[in-house]
Design a binder for this molecule. Structure first.
Ligand code: NI
Length: 180
């Protein structure tokens, strides 16, 4: 297992689309394991491969609630899903607003409106085609992660003013880190 460094805004990788994967690609299970380790360590509820610098259409998610708020999930509480090449095949007209965050934009949260229910098609690590219906937090999370695979961030769904403000803040922080 390995916790990998996170790709942080304004890294240009976050704006790029990721490539489809073949479930039998060598190293894919190790990649999924590392993504889960990195997500649980943060802790976060979802991670796309691009967020550890791998441009492949792989997403890991676990929306389980830790017993203690703001705590990491225990082994028994974990219920991970790995999605290869996920695709939304249906979405509800009803929308849902959720305050989103992103491990690539630390400590920034903003409300985003997305379809409340979705049906998503993907392959699992065994190469089986799967289709699940999701609502609520899981639906929000899957849509947020699929956006990552297309080079889209949740801040692309907020007002331009707020987006420019947070983008500037992170650009400044990155320059400071380079100078140090
Ligand atoms: Ni994110």
């Amino acid at each position: 297992m390995a916790i990998r460094p996170l790709v942080i805004l304004p890294d240009p990788l976050l704006k790029q689309a990721s490539e489809p994967v073949r479930p039998d690609e060598p190293g894919l299970k190790d990649l999924a394991r590392d993504m889960l380790d990195t997500m649980y360590d943060a802790p976060g509820i979802g991670l796309a491969a691009v967020q550890i610098g791998v441009m492949k259409r792989v997403v890991v998610i676990d929306v389980s609630k830790p017993r203690a708020e703001d705590d990491k999930l225990t082994e028994a509480e974990k219920d991970p899903i790995v999605l290869l090449n996920p695709e939304i095949v249906w979405q509800s007209e009803e929308m849902r607003v959720h305050e989103e965050g992103c491990l690539s934009i630390p400590d920034f949260y903003e409300e985003v409106e997305r379809p409340d229910r979705i049906r998503v098609r993907f392959q699992d690590l065994e190469g089986q085609a799967q289709e699940i219906e999701a609502d609520g937090l899981l639906a929000t999370c899957i849509q947020h992660e699929i956006d990552h695979l297309n080079g889209v961030l949740f801040i692309d769904h907020i007002s331009r003013l707020k987006r420019e403000r947070v983008t500037k803040k992170f650009a400044k922080a990155a320059r400071r880190d380079t100078a140090a």
